[in-house]
Design a protein around this ligand. Structure first.
Ligand SMILES: Nc1ncnc2c1ncn2[C@@H]1O[C@H](COP(=O)(O)OP(=O)(O)OP(=O)(O)O)[C@@H](O)[C@H]1O
Length: 510
């Protein structure tokens, strides 16, 4: 089998910058050959770790940065197939939801209501259309889609509307989409973020099998904090300084971990016994009694009763699709069925309290909000945090000096390297996530709903954010923290409260 690319002492320069005046993007000359399906001297399976990994992939395949010398980068497989190098790979990227076609605000609550027009597009129809675009022949298309749906455990979901898929389910669909393009290499950008542990294992097994059979070969792009799947044998690490180190997994990982410990003084996941716990009282902020939610005869939540009191710190857990986001949408008032259920919020029956008022009483951060936040906005970093006072998605002027100071305080604590005047769109994904967490915290709301708030954060940002949650919340603020990973919970989980959902039911609570 041919190599996808062959780089020999290759340096990359930003287009338009001469090699005389500019520094190379990556400081280390790259010598790396990626073979299909891990062929070669050893069967290699590679992961690239570091914030600029996608830039490296684009430089290698699209020459979006200039390779120097020009002869130092070749693409034997593309040459053999008579195609362009960028036609030999597809990318599955997980930073936006599938339904978000525009640059404006995406109404992430639409999934809870009655669906209209293009919102009714089903998983099955979507996959068929992607297979068609991927060039699959009519007579082969059905079988191809059925095979991909089976491998990604999507068969049960084929009749669901796209918009109804949970975060984890839509990730599997994105991988299916990339597979249907039938390229030689599948590049997955942070595929594990937001997946529950069994789904992670299943995905690793699938990627391993695909890669081994070169059907297609797989290249993973991961964050430094991600666990490396077992089947990965080799790692290429790009440091913040642009230096590249590469080789067998164990050697590279040990060296990187050592360097990181020295650089930032230890792990992000330390917890002292009492850190982060609030002072509880008997006042109940959220009271749900025997709540059941169905969508077109599909049961989503089943007979849920749950109370959240002042100062309580809750860890909410449950596998992908178990109903966590739906449960929280009843608390935030985003779910239309919340009006007709037995739910009391902040001492009022749900139908007596306006959703806009709830938005000021609850600070929320979630992958849905991250994906929905307008990308065509002119908002600056400062403005984005200030929208949190009213929980809105458009410019909201600060009212007084106290509000201005509060925004600056959070910017300093959570994004110290970001100029408050920087347009939101120019920031990295990790910086955006920190700002959206600051947005949730800015109003010091009595209730915080933090749904996987660390998703997409780089280790230094995560460490800063977690420390802030441990030390700077008011003791009477109640928090619901959603994560698949106990080590992310900012307080001592033995002392905090816990609720686990399974198939829409409360499976365990303490
Ligand atoms: N409008 C809808 N139509 C059909 N099914 C829906 C709809 N909205 C949600 N669902 C289904 O309800 C289930 C619960 O979804 P929810 O987003 O609450 O799960 P979750 O626990 O938050 O998952 P994740 O961890 O993946 O985010 C999923 O199986 C989802 O497909």
């Amino acid at each position: 089998m041919s190599a996808l690319f062959d780089a020999r002492k290759c340096l990359f320069y930003a287009l338009g910058h001469t090699t005389r005046t500019a520094k190379p993007i990556f400081r280390t000359p790259l010598t790396w050959t990626l073979h299909e399906g891990g062929q070669g001297a050893e069967k290699e399976a590679w992961a690239v770790i570091g914030p600029h990994s996608m830039r490296l992939v684009k430089a290698l395949f699209k020459q979006s940065d200039k390779p120097v010398p020009a002869t130092s980068l070749t693409h034997p497989l593309a040459a053999q197939q008579g195609v362009f190098p960028w036609e030999t790979y597809s990318v599955a990227n997980f930073s936006t939801r599938l339904s978000s076609a525009s640059d404006g605000f995406v109404d992430y609550t639409a999934r809870y209501g009655s669906l209209r027009g293009d919102e009714t597009l089903t998983v099955s129809a979507y996959l068929q259309s992607r297979a068609e675009l991927g060039g699959s022949r009519d007579d082969k298309r059905e079988a191809l889609v059925a095979g991909v749906a089976r491998r990604l455990d999507l068969e049960r979901l084929l009749d669901r509307p796209l918009i109804g898929l949970s975060n984890g389910q839509s990730r599997r669909l994105k991988i299916a989409h990339a597979l249907l393009q039938q390229r030689s290499l599948l590049v997955l950008e942070e595929p594990y973020t937001g997946l529950d542990p069994p789904s992670r294992h299943r995905l690793s097994d699938l990627l391993h099998a695909l890669h081994d059979a070169a059907a297609p070969s797989v290249l993973l792009l991961l964050k430094p904090s991600d666990e490396l799947p077992e089947y990965i044998t080799h790692v290429l690490h790009i440091g913040d300084d642009g230096c590249i180190s590469m080789g067998p997994k164990k050697t590279v990982v040990e060296a990187v971990e050592k360097a990181q410990k020295i650089a930032d003084g230890g792990s992000a996941y330390t917890t002292n016994a009492q850190v982060g716990l609030g002072e509880t009282s008997d006042r109940v902020l959220v009271d749900m009694r025997n709540v059941t939610i169905t969508h077109r005869n599909t049961p989503i939540l089943n007979n849920i009763s749950w109370k959240v009191r002042v100062g309580e710190r809750w860890h909410l857990q449950g596998y992908n699709g178990s109903g966590k986001t739906t449960l929280l949408s009843l608390v935030t008032g985003d779910h239309p069925q919340s009006y007709t259920k037995d739910i009391t919020l902040f001492d009022s029956p749900r139908n007596r309290i306006a959703t806009t008022q709830l938005a000021t009483l609850i600070g929320t951060a979630s992958p849905e909000i991250t994906a929905a936040f307008p990308r065509s906005t002119t908002l600056t970093a400062f403005d984005v945090v200030a929208t949190g006072f009213s929980g809105v998605f458009c410019y909201r002027p600060t009212r007084d000096a106290e509000e201005v100071e509060r925004v600056h305080h959070l910017l300093k604590e959570l994004t110290p390297d970001v100029d408050p005047k920087t347009p939101y769109t120019q920031l990295s994904q990790s910086e955006k996530n920190c700002l959206l967490l600051a947005r949730a915290l800015v109003g010091k709301s009595p209730l915080l709903i933090l749904d996987e708030p660390f998703q997409g954060m780089l280790p230094a940002d995560l460490k800063r954010a977690r420390k802030y949650l441990q030390t700077a919340l008011n003791s009477d603020q109640a928090v619901v923290f959603v994560t698949h990973y106990e080590k992310e919970v900012p307080w001592d989980i033995e002392k905090g409260r816990y609720i686990r959902l399974k198939d829409g039911r409360v499976d365990f609570v303490h």
